[in-house]
Design a protein around this ligand. Structure first.
Ligand SMILES: NC(=O)c1ccc[n+]([C@@H]2O[C@H](COP(=O)([O-])OP(=O)(O)OC[C@H]3O[C@@H](n4cnc5c(N)ncnc54)[C@H](OP(=O)(O)O)[C@@H]3O)[C@@H](O)[C@H]2O)c1
Length: 274
């Protein structure tokens, strides 16, 4: 399918590694022009180089999105460089896998970590992006949430040291914001959707395998097999399992799918979502 993303200007937050990096490379494969941001400028530049190798332009913007004006600056720099903004992928997120298991010992900062470190960052980036998308006649916003939006993960449910509370609060608030925004900007031809990944093989996965192996006293390959056994499709999900949906929702073809939240979970969540 031709996704019509050639020369589209795409900003991906948190794209120095993990899913964001894979998204950038996938958009490069479609001929898009790409801006990426993250805090670690060395990793960011390495990703930018990998993107440019695919023959497209890539602007690398070093930024800590938790700092007040950073989201606006990242959007402004992108538009100044490319002259427009067609797609925003809100992917950056604070890592919260070690949030304490009980709210009795979790601090306010730990409870709020992903609300501030993901949802609020997405709000700020979207706020900065909207005028440029309107000016360009429309746009696409893809928010990367997580399956913790749809269920509670109690301590021990996930291969993680902490509870799923901070993930749940952050991802569910992101999905709610996404739906709200979709309604607000629908008439401007801007569509907004959320993707909920589940246990994807990124750096976070490596930490999970180490933790699982330690918890059950097994080798890392046995721990990996234990995690895979919990996924109905029988394997750990790869970043490449998520990229096709990101590209599709970012495409000009997807003009009528808005306000939706779609999980990429290998069938792991049993709840029925209508
Ligand atoms: N992997 C999974 O299993 C999984 C499951 C569910 C949901 N998700 C969601 O998918 C998204 C990507 O996950 P991932 O596994 O690829 O995460 P990751 O490997 O931890 O990468 C996160 C990216 O965000 C950047 N980042 C973090 N904090 C930032 C900040 N304050 N300012 C700017 N950039 C920042 C990081 O770069 P720097 O550290 O250099 O800033 C990095 O590029 C996240 O929203 C995550 O919650 C992932």
């Amino acid at each position: 399918m031709e996704l019509n993303l050639r020369n589209a200007v795409v900003l991906i937050t948190g794209a120095s590694r993990g899913l964001g990096r894979e998204f950038a490379i996938a958009f490069a494969g479609e001929g898009a022009r790409i801006a990426i941001c993250a805090r670690d400028s060395t990793k960011l530049e390495a990703t930018a180089a990998a993107v440019r190798q695919r023959g497209v332009e890539c602007l690398a913007i070093q930024a800590d999105l938790l700092e007040g004006a950073a989201c606006q600056r990242v959007v402004d720099d992108t538009v100044e460089h490319f002259g427009r903004l067609d797609v925003l992928v809100n992917n950056a997120s604070a890592s919260v896998d070690t949030t304490p298991k009980s709210i009795e010992v979790a601090t306010d900062a730990q409870v709020m970590a992903r609300i501030n470190g993901k949802m609020l960052v997405a709000v700020r980036c979207a706020r900065a992006a909207l005028p440029h998308m309107r000016k360009g006649g429309g746009g696409r916003i893809v928010n990367i949430g997580g399956t913790a939006a749809r269920t509670t993960f109690r301590p021990g449910d996930l291969p993680s040291e902490g509870s799923g509370l901070a993930q749940g609060l952050g991802n569910s608030s992101l999905a709610n914001f996404s739906k709200y925004l979709a309604d607000e900007v629908a008439a401007d031809h801007i569509v907004v959707n959320t993707i909920h990944p589940h246990l994807i093989r990124t750096d976070r996965h490596t930490q999970r395998v180490t933790w699982q192996a330690k918890k059950f006293g097994v080798s890392e390959s046995e721990a990996e097999a234990q995690i895979a056994a919990q996924i109905p499709i029988g394997r750990i999900l790869e970043p490449s399992d998520v990229t096709p949906l990101v590209l599709l929702l970012a495409s000009p073809l997807s003009g009528a799918t808005t306000g939706q939240a779609i999980a990429v979970d290998g069938g792991a969540l049993r709840g029925v979502t209508y």
